[in-house]
Design a protein around this ligand. Structure first.
Ligand code: FAD
Length: 444
């Protein structure tokens, strides 16, 4: 009887371990925390969310919504736990990060087939294994992976948003309103800015001191995670059309739409802490305090966590790994963000897929061929296709999905049809591969 070594009890590793164990496979799950901490994790709990607490849209016609459906159909373990720990967030799934982490930790620790080992893994095992060490994979292991895959690996930097305490927000200025019509009011707080306030804020942002600025500028940044000051640098109004867009908001004090608005999203069910949406930053901590306190409503803000700089390592999967994300010629697969699939839910999905591929290998079954019309299947196709050039971390999106044959003109209709096609094809796939999904498929 073989044991699979899973490295990293993050989102991908926890999902992978539970999926394998549910299929009767013994798992040794190695987690370096708390013995060796990453620069962004704060606890020794599993599936810790390092930045935002949002798992993105739940709307059925969005790519993120379809991905959640596909995961449900495949019997995902972490997604239902996230749903149990959700906090209100308009049309999105946001979680109380501590409750979520506790729920995942308990599920893993209580599984009779999973043994948890608290240690930093520094070598690649020779037996069947899944490395899900994340974008902050420890240096020694990343070096070992780089050696195994050759020059296909690379690393770059990323940035995370600050969090302020709810009681320090001035509620006579910041108002509770959801930008999205379908969202329940109160999921977000908005800090409205008049034109002169916005101008002064942008000037301060641009002239503020940054951490390791030169080094950072030279790095290849994933555009969805650009620091706010870098976005501001591209034009005086850039952030007003991005993170600070006032669309759909009415300031109750003036009855008008503000010139710009900073959105704050609740961090937990009790709404005791809020993060500054889109404010990943590279400013020094004293400068964050000075500049972000210029935001109306945040003059007295207490920063529970400052935005910080982080390494974000990933492997050039299309060229360094095979179609099952295995290091060629080995029994080791990679999963999660380290393969360059970007996002919390994508990491969970990647962990589930790594479990299916490993289970197929151990059981002598054909590898799963996910439908490419689906959000996960199309992301996997992109990430494993050697024809992919300039590989960059990617969220699921409809741009990766093959076009419809008789595509409707209207974008909304196209999206709806693509979502329907994805659900139909995933349902058929799960039905066809019952050998890989014993007793699952609840989403159908
Ligand atoms: P992780 O969840 O990081 O799990 C990896 C685990 O492996 C960790 O527990 C780590 O301690 C452990 N580990 C590492 N090395 C070793 C070793 N050698 N031995 C044993 N254990 C090891 N995505 C979003 O959707 N929204 C966001 O807001 C967001 N913000 C991010 C902010 C930052 C700073 C970073 C770096 C990434 C962010 N991401 C975000 C991207 C990505 O979705 C997350 O990083 C996600 O947690 C990736 O899941 P994972 O399972 O691949 O890695």
């Amino acid at each position: 009887e073989q044991t699979v070594d899973v490295v990293g009890a993050g989102l991908a590793g926890s999902e992978c371990a539970l999926q394998l164990a549910d299929r009767g496979v013994r798992v040794r799950l190695h987690e370096q925390r708390p013995v060796h901490m990453s620069p962004a994790h704060h606890t020794d709990r599993f599936a810790e969310l390092v930045c935002s607490n949002s798992l993105k849209s739940t709307k059925p016609e969005t790519a993120a919504g379809v991905l959640k459906w596909e995961l449900g159909a495949m019997g995902c373990r972490l997604l239902p736990l996230a749903q149990e720990c959700s906090v209100p967030a308009g049309g999105a799934l946001a979680v109380d990060r501590e409750r979520f982490s506790d729920a995942v930790t308990n599920a893993v620790m209580s599984h009779p087939l999973i043994e948890v080992v608290r240690e930093e893994v520094t070598r690649i095992s020779e037996g069947p294994s899944v490395i899900a060490a994340g974008p902050l994979c420890s240096d020694a292991l990343f070096e070992a992976i780089s050696q195994a895959v050759g020059e296909g690996s690379m690393s770059f930097f990323d940035a995370a948003a600050p969090i302020v305490s709810a009681e320090s927000i001035d509620r006579s200025i910041a108002f509770s309103q959801s930008r999205y019509e379908e969202g329940g009011a109160g999921d977000y707080l908005n800090c409205p800015m008049e034109r002169d306030e916005y101008d002064a804020f942008v000037d301060a942002l641009l002239s503020a001191d940054r951490v390791i600025s030169r080094d950072f500028e030279q790095k290849d940044l994933f555009c969805a995670c650009q620091p706010i000051e870098e976005v501001a640098r591209t034009g005086h109004d850039s952030i007003r059309f991005g993170a600070l867009k006032p669309v759909g908001l009415t300031d109750p004090r003036t009855g008008r739409r503000p010139w710009a608005a900073v959105q704050l999203r609740a961090e937990n069910a009790q709404r005791t802490a809020y993060n500054l949406v889109g404010f990943q930053t590279n400013l020094t901590w004293p400068e964050q305090r000075r500049v972000f306190r210029m935001i109306p409503g945040l003059a007295q803000a207490e920063f529970l966590r400052y935005g910080v700089m982080h390494r974000n390592s990933f492997v050039d999967s299309p060229h360094a790994l095979d179609a099952t994300f295995a290091i060629p010629g080995s029994h080791t697969r990679l999963a999660g963000q380290i393969t360059g699939t970007e996002g919390y839910v994508e990491a969970i999905a990647s962990g589930l897929l790594a479990a299916l591929n490993t289970y197929a290998e151990l059981s002598g079954l054909p590898y799963p061929a996910l439908p490419q019309t689906g959000t996960l299947g199309s992301l996997v196709a992109y990430a494993t296709n050697p024809a992919t050039v300039g590989y960059q971390p990617m969220h699921v999106n409809f741009g990766l999905v093959p076009p419809l044959e008789d595509a409707p003109r209207r974008k909304d209709d196209r999206r709806r049809r693509m979502a329907e096609r994805a659900r139909t094809d995933m349902a058929a796939f799960v039905e066809e591969r019952r050998d890989l999904f014993p007793g699952t498929g609840q989403g159908i």
